[in-house]
Design a protein around this ligand. Sequence first.
Ligand code: HAM
Length: 390
Amino acid sequence: MIEQVKGTQNIFENDADKFLYIRNKFFSVFNNSGYSYVQTPHLEYSELFEKSIGQNSEIVTKQMYQFKDKGGRSLVLRPEGTSSIVRYHSQYQKDITNQYSYFGQMFRYENPQKNRYREFTQGGIEIIGNIDTFSDFQIINDSIKFLTELELKFTLEINTIGSIKDRENYTKELYKYFKLNENELSDESKEKLEINTLRILDSNNQEDIPIINKAPVITAYVNEESLNKYGLLKTILLKNNIPFKENTSLVRGLDYYNDLTFEFVGEDGLVLGGGGRYDRLAEILNIGTFNGVGVAFGIERIMNTITAKNTNPKIYIIGLNLEKITSYCHLLDKNGIDYYKPPRLSKINTQFKNAKNFNVKYVVNTDEDTIKDLENNISIDFNIEVLIDN
Ligand code: HAM
């Protein structure tokens, strides 16, 4: 038997229903809020992510699916979407400010477990060009619309990490502090100390928590202009009754951020989505001077959190007479009624059993011109009004 690749998934049955439900909500919320959908390639040059996410970030050092193609080019299966959208913007939309949405698979060589996969789906939005605090607000507000439509419970956590220079200064101080307390850190955090000091702040390891709680906080190293922008955003959120929690250790795992960082945290502490500002990313990539802000959601994480929604058809049509069943299909189609049908005209009992497996309310028997109401166990003569009303 050929096994399935570790960390990948087949999404089917109940999960497939949820996945499509979330995807439809994603497009209806964001496309109706002015974000244009862009599909970028799954394959990119390694250089794009090495420069954007950062040479020392865990994604680049440990998690990229990186290989040489037959022409000797160094390529990666994209680990995230923002860098590709920024590349796209500089190629095709450089001189304007635009709102984008994207939805698709990402790849990270992680330790697979529930809610952490090697191939997973992100739905994201970005505003790129000449942007301001209203852009930050929109990204947060529209994200809340999306999560609320899905009836999810979540907390918005926000922080400011200042300029890239501020972060460098902070990292130096943080390094000194953790170095002094190195013996009390977990082995995993000891490993991060030299090249990835900031990531120690993300640790959930009980050994690390007391040391992290006493670590210097980034806010003390953030420049005044960034603090003012952050203050303005907080005021606007408060004025619009958008609850948030400040989390000064929210520095996020990608090097391209500056100023605003935020995450949407589910009830059980699961991070459903996160994002922030990346005003220097275009410069770092040497493709322009435009700014950006955005967020990406983990679609499987949302799928694992929401309860199943049954928006499936309530009608199944069966029959053996090809002309009759096809004329019923035509009638239902004309009236915009959704329905299931057997894949072929198999024995009537088999078709009926199939109908029951789909958990429908009505079975239309096109040979007999009847509707069987499975919930009330009654049969009536066919009447299209009954189906229209349901
Ligand atoms: P990220 O925090 O790396 O940010 O990923 C965003 C979301 O993707 C996470 O909050 C999580 O829900 C989901 N996710 C990440 N890794 C996995 C995984 N291995 N398995 C399942 N779900 C996962 C970014 O990727 C940024 N590009 C977000 C952004 C957009 N920043 C600005 N614009």
